[in-house]
Ligand binder design. Structure first.
Ligand SMILES: *Cc1c(COP(=O)(O)O)cnc(C)c1O
Length: 365
């Protein structure tokens, strides 16, 4: 089975370091084996460091990022509840769709794709819907590259007794994420973006207030697989770990290794590396006449407008064929209008930035 080596500079997955791939090849052991439980605890401990949280309930859901979103929604909201969702791109859209499927009455706060919300705009919406139980927002909107600040968002929500749900899929491990300092009640991420681990796990964290809301539920979550009351018996259990499902043991080895690599580099140094790569890429892209779509751009995802007359699919195919570089196209209303260049985790290097710029110039000709 010949799989080519690629330089992954799209919206995810990002390039997986050899150390992580080797960790996955270790012997599969039982999910109740004391050694595996240790590995699981080390993994959750390191996830807490990345999330910037003391939340005991922090673990990798056996699913991709969308599964993390579903786990949070399924457990914090009940049919008939109201929630506010900030929609400025595809992932906000998906949060609305998901909540509605769980019987939630959703109030949308819309913004043009690429924009971000001010605390004042969010507060005004909260005033309009004081009965809402939670507000969902995307910290790093991968479909547009917009970087939504989360500082100050929770204050007023908490005064109204609402929970803050944040999608940190494309920020965790690449941008500052401070769950406790920002008072986020539930957040989910994914392994294949800035953690540079293969796809398949979704790290989640729940605040004590979120846990209380789950414990006070009147109905059981519609989803059996994502029922945190049962998942906790395994992931949070101290001495006794109750079987719920068989977690992807080898993927958890990979995540443990990916997190160890991150903490060896140091979280601050890693965030600075992403910032430096972004500045270099931005300078290069603007020099060749490519403009950024969002005003507040992520470092980890660079969304630029496709120049007039350029062949979207043709350029991306040439980048892949001639250089082995993957970049992303646009989604939804941005399809054919933008390119999305990821600088995530292991992929966010000066060498990759210089290569992608040279390749783009060549393929645009
Ligand atoms: C990638 C992504 C997801 C979904 O993750 P999957 O692993 O593809 O299921 C959710 N939210 C954001 C912001 C993402 O970038």
């Amino acid at each position: 089975m010949a799989i080519p080596e690629r330089i992954l500079m799209g919206p995810g997955p990002s390039t997986v370091p050899d150390r992580v791939r080797r960790a996955m090849a270790a012997p599969t052991i039982g999910h109740l084996d004391p050694r595996f439980i240790e590995i699981l605890e080390e993994t959750s401990g390191m996830l807490r460091e990345l999330f910037g949280t003391e939340n005991p309930l922090t673990f990798p859901v056996s699913a991709t990022g969308m599964g993390g979103m579903e786990c949070v929604v399924a457990n914090l909201l009940e049919p008939g509840d109201q929630a506010i969702v900030c929609v400025n791109g595809l992932f906000g859209e998906r949060m609305v769709d998901l909540m509605e499927r769980y019987g939630v009455r959703v109030h949308r706060l819309d913004k043009e794709w690429g924009g971000v919300f001010s605390v004042e705009e969010i507060e005004a919406e909260v005033h309009r819907h004081p009965k809402a139980k939670a507000l969902g927002i995307v910290h790093a909107e991968t479909s547009t590259g917009a970087h939504q600040p989360l500082e100050g968002v929770a204050r007023m929500l908490h005064e109204e007794g609402m929970l803050l749900i944040a999608d940190v899929v494309t920020s965790l491990g690449g941008h500052e994420v401070k769950i406790d300092e920002w008072h986020v009640d539930a957040a989910y991420s994914a392994t294949q973006k800035c953690l540079s681990c293969p796809p398949g796990l979704s790290p989640v964290t729940f605040s004590p207030a979120a846990v209380e809301v789950m414990e006070r539920r009147k109905t059981r979550p519609v989803s059996w697989y994502f029922d945190v009351a049962m998942l906790r018996e395994y992931y949070e259990g101290s001495s006794r770990r109750a079987y719920h499902h068989t977690p992807p043991v080898n993927l958890i080895y990979a995540l443990r290794e990916a997190l160890a690599i991150i903490l060896e580099e140091g979280l601050d140094a890693r965030i600075a590396r992403h910032a430096a790569a972004h500045r270099r890429l931005r300078a290069g892209l603007e020099e060749i006449g490519l403009d950024y779509l969002p005003e507040h751009s992520l470092h980890t995802l660079n969304c630029v407008r496709i120049p007039e007359g350029a062949d979207d699919a043709g350029v991306r195919a040439a980048m892949l064929d001639s250089y082995g570089i993957e970049i992303g196209g646009g989604l939804g209303p941005l399809s054919g209008k933008v390119w999305r260049i990821g600088l995530m985790g292991h992929s966010a290097t000066q060498a990759n930035v210089d290569l992608v710029l040279a390749a783009l110039v060549d393929c645009l000709e």
